[in-house]
Design a protein around this ligand. Structure first.
Ligand code: ADP
Ligand code: MG
Length: 302
């Protein structure tokens, strides 16, 4: 994680580090003492305001993406070994037994209390970094900082502009190589990328990525190499980037046309770039993508 803050009071970065550690202690599924682990073990209970807020946002995103984002996919994710790194391909019978647990509709959150359906477990891996970014930006803003950049591995969040007033230049990684596929110029926005290339394993010549399609329990394969979402709220951008990767270009474009709170860059497996209109003038392709065909998706098309 890289945090860059211009100005601000002494100790601001120490406060930021403490905040990140406290969120890790609340959300980690590999720490059995975390708030989320205790909730997963019990299946119900009072939760911290942070967990209630993130869970409510996660459920709203599930509704909005027709379940492409679903934090209850965790038991299936565990079967693939994506949480521990002990990767394996589960049998269809095992997936069939775990898939009924993947259903965000069975979760209720009210008044700081959560109830799961029988056997359900959750994981905020698709959304927690965005939430952490939002909290860090809020911490900096409240301390009077007007210029900062937070990079939480694939999630970049910016406060204000660069100190000289110019826009931040955020690179979108080339999913197929070392360099980058383009640059987003922006201010006061989160720029969050999800892709199969970050965490995956190979077995018998097949590649399995760590973003699952909650409907099948299999790694998503909707024709996209990566999805970058740009917007004001990091948590929303993070959840959406995961969901849109599952949904593929057509469903992603449809969701965009019905929304007003994000823009996106899609890199397709066949080498095309799809950009939404809010980024048409602030995305510059680069490297192997410099000459790629670019299609702009507009709100008023059908
Ligand atoms: P990264 O964590 O690499 O930045 P993402 O934000 O796309 O990437 O999150 C991927 C993580 O989200 C997975 O490691 C897993 O914990 C979780 N996840 C996987 N598939 C889904 C899904 N369909 N809905 C919600 N969370 C998911
Ligand atoms: Mg995400």
């Amino acid at each position: 994680m890289d945090l860059t803050v211009y100005g601000g009071p002494d100790g601001i970065l120490t406060g930021a580090e403490e905040l990140i550690r406290s969120l890790e202690a609340e959300f980690s599924v590999t720490d059995p003492e975390s708030g989320v682990s205790r909730l997963n073990a019990a299946g119900y209970g009072p939760v911290s305001p942070e967990t209630a807020e993130v869970l409510e946002t996660a459920l709203a995103l599930s509704a909005r993406t027709d379940g492409a984002f679903d934090c209850t996919v965790y038991p299936v994710l565990r079967a693939w070994g994506f949480t521990t790194g002990e990767y394996r391909v589960p049998s269809q019978a095992e997936l069939d037994s775990l898939l009924p647990l993947t259903d965000w509709r069975k979760i209720t959150v009210s008044g700081g209390s959560v109830t799961f359906g029988e056997g359900q477990k959750i994981d905020f891996g698709g959304i927690a970094k965005g939430y952490a970014g939002d909290r860090l930006i809020a911490l900096f803003r409240e301390a009077g900082v007007t210029s900062a950049l937070v990079n939480l591995g694939g999630n970049v969040q910016t406060l204000g502009t660069k100190p000289d007033g110019s826009l931040w230049r955020v690179a979108v990684k080339d999913p197929g190589g070392e360099g980058y596929a383009g640059i987003v110029e922006t201010a006061d926005r989160a720029v969050v990328t999800s892709g199969g290339y970050e965490r995956y394993f190979e077995e018998n010549g097949r590649t399995y990525v760590h973003i699952l399609d909650p409907k099948t329990g299999f790694p998503a394969s909707a024709g996209l190499l990566s999805v970058t979402v740009v917007g004001e709220r990091g948590i929303l951008c993070d959840g959406l980037s995961t969901a849109l990767y599952v949904m593929g270009e057509e469903r992603a474009a449809e969701l965009y046309r019905g929304s007003g709170d994000f823009d996106m860059v899609l890199l397709t497996e066949d080498g095309r770039i799809l950009l939404t209109e809010g980024l048409a003038d602030c995305f510059t392709p680069a490297g192997d993508w410099a000459d790629a065909e670019i299609t702009v998706i507009r709100h008023d098309e059908n």
